[in-house]
Design a protein around this ligand. Structure first.
Ligand code: PLP
Length: 394
């Protein structure tokens, strides 16, 4: 019969989807909507990466690879850890996956037993709770407070740990807030996790996008003990504008990576072969394009941030990384007569023709998320529309 399994019955569809679908529908009707929902860089993949993938295919490298990925790519990733974080992670402790998303999915599948708890700081990336639940685990939320730049502290972790706590997720730079954990903050969280033997899942997918002198630090680079306690998740999607190539990876504990590899051998077989060749070029080739994209994001951020916080009822901590702004607009929603931020977002789309993502999808209902992974012209036009929309209703 057609009855669905329980595990998918409780799955909630991506909240970003509904608003994006509505914006697309309006566009198809010829309505001039500006979409700020994008979770991907608007730049093309650098040409030398594309060339390498094409060449590999022309040379006949179009077959299966090892389940954990091409040895040459794992070597390139291992070198990257050495160079960027100063840590030794051998290629054998790395699995290449079909995007960072699937690295996380596979990780939860191999570490969680039914009822095991994973601490997820709020605001969170939408897929964490669903992936934990799909693996039979229980998401446990703690609020990153606005006054602490939406970051969590060991004192907060202390209030939620139980004997079922298996792991905590740290996402720095953060989607959606754009905030980075400092070294002392990571040291404190790390000490707590070591003391209670909690696994640290460090999602570093926005590592290369940091601004205004802020530097990404991996919790795994703080001490050898913390390196042992951490599984790093990363990939080329955001750093090298390769979202469609689907290449990510997990790195850390030998037994966990081995179990993930076994699971991958029965699910994906291997990440797409030409994409892996492209990723080798991404890591072994020039990093100049990465720098250029980062600079473009920073320029946009600096311009658009000022315009955004000038809107009545908008407050926003200036992001230090990634490519999102996450203003608190609770006051703006109130001032303009909406019952909540979700309704305000609906009004923005229908009347101002600007699509943003409601913070409720990230567990943070006072905020909205705007992506600046779009041209400066469109960004400025969008913020102008939002400003006028609010002004008209004051
Ligand atoms: N982690 C975070 C915080 C993200 O924002 C994303 C993508 O939006 C991912 C992981 C997944 O990246 P990938 O495209 O490599 O699957």
């Amino acid at each position: 019969n057609f009855e669905l399994a329980q595990r998918v019955q409780s799955l909630t569809p991506s909240t970003t989807l509904a608003i994006t679908a509505k914006a697309k529908e309006m566009k198809a009707q010829g309505i001039d909507v500006i979409g700020l929902g994008a979770g991907e860089p608007d730049f093309n993949t650098p040409q030398h990466i594309i060339d390498e993938a094409v060449q590999s295919m022309n040379e006949g490298y179009t077959k299966y690879t090892a389940a954990a990925g091409l040895p040459k790519l794992k070597e390139a990733i291992s070198n990257k850890f050495k160079q960027d974080q100063g840590i030794d992670i051998p290629a054998s402790d790395i699995i290449v996956t079909s995007g960072a998303k699937h690295a996380l999915y596979t990780l939860f599948q191999v570490i969680l037993n039914k009822g095991d708890e994973v601490i997820i700081p709020t605001p969170y990336w939408v897929s964490y709770p669903e992936q934990v639940k799909l693996a039979g685990g229980k998401p446990v939320f703690i609020d990153g407070l606005e006054e602490n730049e939406y970051k969590v502290t060991p004192q907060q972790l202390e209030t939620v740990i139980t004997d079922r706590t298996k792991a905590v997720i740290i996402n720095s730079p953060s989607n959606p807030t754009g905030m980075l954990y400092s070294k002392p903050e990571l040291e404190a969280i790390g000490e707590f996790c070591l003391k209670h033997n909690i696994l640290i899942i460090s999602d570093e997918i926005y590592e290369k996008l940091t601004y205004d002198g802020h530097q990404h630090i991996s919790i795994a680079q703080i001490s050898p003990e913390l390196k042992e306690q951490t599984i790093i998740i990363n990939g080329v999607s955001k750093s090298h504008s390769m979202t469609g190539w689907r290449i990510g990876y997990a790195a850390g504990n030998t037994a966990i990576i081995k179990a993930m590899t076994n699971l991958a051998s029965h699910s994906t077989s291997n990440p797409t072969t030409p994409s892996q060749y492209g990723a080798i070029a991404a890591y072994n080739g020039s990093q100049q394009p990465v720098e250029e994209m980062k600079n473009a994001f920073e320029e946009r951020l600096n311009i658009i941030y000022q315009q955004l916080v000038a809107i009545p009822g908008f407050t926003c901590i200036k992001p230090q990384g990634a490519f999102y702004l996450f203003p608190n607009v609770e006051e703006a929603a109130k001032l303009t007569g909406y019952e909540d931020v979700d309704a305000f977002v609906k009004g923005l789309l229908e009347e101002a023709k600007v699509a943003v993502i409601p913070g409720s999808g990230f567990g943070s209902p006072k905020n909205i998320r705007l992506s600046y992974a779009t041209s400066l012209d469109l960004l400025e036009a969008a913020v102008r529309r939002i400003h006028e929309f609010v002004n008209q209703k004051l």
